[in-house]
Structures are given as structure tokens and as C-alpha cells.
Design a binder for this molecule. Structure first.
Ligand code: NAP
Length: 332
């Protein structure tokens, strides 16, 4: 059946300006790290994109290595675009990245100009796109001079292969340096993609301040700590969960009795706020105006609709924030 997006798709989503740029991003963006590889059911992947778009999620986040196998998430996304979204490309923000190991030899990893330019060419072919909206350097490279990596991002924009550029997994000091180089080159850094959730608070140690000062957006990834920040693991490991299905990046060893005790306390607090824990965890990120968009993953279309519910209450009292901090600081 031909896909016709919902005519209400822009009615409930909130759009936030990305740093000092002209671009607005939805409060929720959808990541394709899991659930879009060749190992996954294509029709489910297609429904995930349709559901997201129908609910105002205009931003889809990929990387060269998403799958498995690596590259297959971009290929499948390209198939979905071709089947359902041909007329809607201008309503979508597509991002990709390079920085982790993608192909054999010295040119398929890290941060050289050779790697970044070749990798984006491959990504565009896999997605059958002329350009991506945002291209990221996926992780800092301790060996390649930062200038070379940033010059590669600048070149990619000048070649018309990306409209904006970003960095991911950079600490505050390196991010500040990268942002300064990009500014000098005339291709401002649009956005930073850090790992950030109630369980991973590193960006609070300087990074968020740098981004605010420099007018760069922030899109936290793994906001639910891959699903841990929900009620799903409170009574064991569900068969259809990431732990049971994938087990590579999140496995049984992460679900310790101590962790469950912490999640359970957070769950009680969320209930007092009239929210589910997943909603509270997402709202907790969105309460900060420096956060442009929260980058969620979803294995089922219903999860996308559920997560968006978090927008109904993103206000926290200082007592609630304090209670969350106490629970997290007591966590082992
Ligand atoms: N830049 C980087 O280095 C980097 C690294 C990692 C991720 N990312 C990006 O961030 C995106 C999101 O990462 P993530 O998938 O780890 O995010 P996440 O939102 O923390 O976890 C997603 C998982 O949580 C569960 N979930 C989702 N919605 C739920 C809800 N409403 N209630 C209960 N459980 C729910 C699902 O797990 P089940 O499968 O168990 O149903 C889902 O697969 C990725 O797709 C990628 O684009 C970037």
C-alpha cells in the first residue's frame, strides 16, 4: 500500500533550534543503530520510520557501521526512503557518521581525510542520496591531527555532500578545539552527539557549558541507557528485549541486583510524578534547554509513540531533581 504520512504530523511535536544555527530539530530523533540491519525484519524497520515521521520525528540518525552487518542499516534506510519517502526528502534530516572501524586496511577507521571522504561517498551510495543533512566525526582520533579531521568535514560541506557537520564522543576540551577550527574554516559545528542519560552524566562536566557558550546543539544518545531506564527489566529479562536479542552492547552482566534496586527507586519516583520511568528519563534530558533533541532507539513502533508521551511533562521541581541525584549517587 502506498504510504501517505499523517496530516497531523506537525501538530504535537516540539521543534528546538540547534544551537545558534538556522536548523530546528524535533525534541525526539530516531536512531538506526539497532533494529535496521539485515538481521532484522524489514517491514518492522519500515514501520518504525513511518511511525516516527507520522508523529513529527523528522530526524533520522545513521552511521556507516550500523547493522549488522555494517552498512546494512544505511542500505535498508535507503530502500525505505525509495519506497515511502521519495516526495518527503525535504521534510527530513538525515545524518550519518564515520569514525569507527568500517573496512580493512589503514583507511577504513578513525579520522583521516581519506577515511571520512571515502566513507561518506559509500554511505550516500548505500542510502541512494545526493547529500546528508548532517555528517559527524563519530569519535576522536588520538593520532590524526584534529585540523585534518575538521578540514575533511569542511571539504565535505563544500563538496555539497553534507549541509552541516557535527562531532560525537568528544570530551569538553577536544570539542572546544574542534569547534574553534571549524569556525575558522567557515563551516560552523552544528551539533555534538554525546552519550548522556541519568546513568551517564559526563557531559555535565564541562561539555554542555562549552556547547552553550559556542552556540552548538546537543543530541544525547542512548537516553534510556539502551532500555535500562524503563520498567522493562524490573521483573527479569523479557524475551523481546535488547539484552535477550542482541546481548552485545547490553547484556545480563549490566542487570545487577544493585542496578535493579536503583531502577526500582527511580521507577517509584516517576510514578509519583504520574509518569513511567522511560518518560521521566527522557523528560529529565529535555528539561535542559541546551539539549536540542533526544536521540532514541526503538524496536517497536509502539515504543516511539510511548516515548513521545514524555513531552507532556518536562518540568521538574528542585525536590524531584534532588531526589533523582540522591538515588543516583547512592547507586552502586
Ligand atoms: N554516536 C555514538 O557513538 C552512538 C552510540 C550509540 C547510539 N547512538 C545513536 O543513538 C541512538 C539511540 O541509542 P539507543 O538505541 O541505545 O537508545 P535508547 O533510547 O537508550 O535505547 C533504545 C532501546 O530502549 C528500549 N525502549 C525504547 N523506547 C522505550 C520505551 N518507551 N519504553 C521502554 N523501553 C523502550 C528499546 O529496547 P528493546 O530493544 O529492549 O525493546 C530500544 O531499543 C542509536 O540508534 C544511534 O543513532 C550513537
Amino acid at each position: 500500500m502506498t504510504y501517505l504520512p499523517s496530516s497531523h504530523r506537525y501538530q504535537t511535536m516540539e521543534y528546538r533550534r540547534c544551537g545558534n544555527s538556522g536548523l530546528k530539530l524535533p525534541a525526539f530523533s530516531l536512531g538506526l543503530w539497532h533494529n535496521f540491519g539485515n538481521v532484522n525484519n524489514f517491514e518492522n524497520s519500515r514501520n518504525l520510520i513511518r511511525t516516527a515521521f507520522d508523529n513529527g520525528i523528522t530526524h533520522f540518525d545513521l552511521a556507516n557501521n550500523y547493522g549488522p552487518p555494517p552498512g546494512s542499516a544505511e542500505e535498508n534506510f535507503g530502500r525505505i526512503l525509495e519506497k515511502d519517502f521519495k516526495s518527503y526528502r525535504d521534510e527530513m534530516i538525515v545524518s550519518s557518521k564515520a569514525g569507527y572501524g568500517m573496512w580493512e586496511g589503514p583507511y577504513g577507521d578513525w579520522g583521516s581525510k581519506k577515511y571520512l571522504v571515502s566513507s561518506l561517498d559509500q554511505s550516500l551510495k548505500r542510502m541512494k542520496l545526493d547529500y546528508v543533512d548532517i555528517f559527524y566525526h563519530h569519535r576522536p582520533d588520538p593520532e590524526t591531527p584534529l585540523e585534518e579531521t575538521m578540514v575533511a568535514l569542511d571539504l565535505i560541506v563544500r563538496q555539497g555532500k553534507a549541509l552541516y557537520v557535527g562531532i560525537s564522543n568528544y570530551n569538553a576540551v577536544d570539542a572546544e578545539k574542534a569547534i574553534a577550527i571549524l569556525k575558522q574554516l567557515g563551516t560552523p559545528c552544528l551539533i555534538h552527539q554525546p552519550k548522556y542519560s541519568m546513568f551517564v552524566r559526563d557531559p555535565e562536566n564541562g561539555l554542555l557549558d562549552v556547547l552553550e557558550k559556542e552556540g552548538v546543539g546537543c543530541i544525547p544518545f542512548s537516553p534510556l541507557a539502551q532500555g535500562l531506564l524503563s520498567d522493562k527489566y524490573l521483573n527479569g529479562i523479557p524475551e523481546d528485549s535488547r539484552v535477550a536479542k542482541s546481548g552485545i552492547f547490553l547484556n545480563e552482566n549490566h542487570i545487577t541486583p544493585e542496578k535493579i534496586a536503583t531502577i526500582s527507586k527511580l521507577n517509584d519516583l516517576a510514578k509519583q510524578r504520574g509518569q513511567k520511568l522511560a518518560h521521566m528519563a527522557l523528560a529529565w534530558l529535555l528539561r535542559d534547554a541546551r539539549v536540542t533533541s533526544v536521540l532514541i532507539g526503538s524496536s517497536k513502533p509502539e515504543q516511539i509513540i510511548d516515548s513521545i508521551e514524555a513531552l507532556k511533562n518536562t518540568q521538574f521541581t528542585s525536590a524531584e531533581l534532588e531526589a533523582i541525584n540522591t538515588i543516583l549517587s547512592e547507586s552502586k
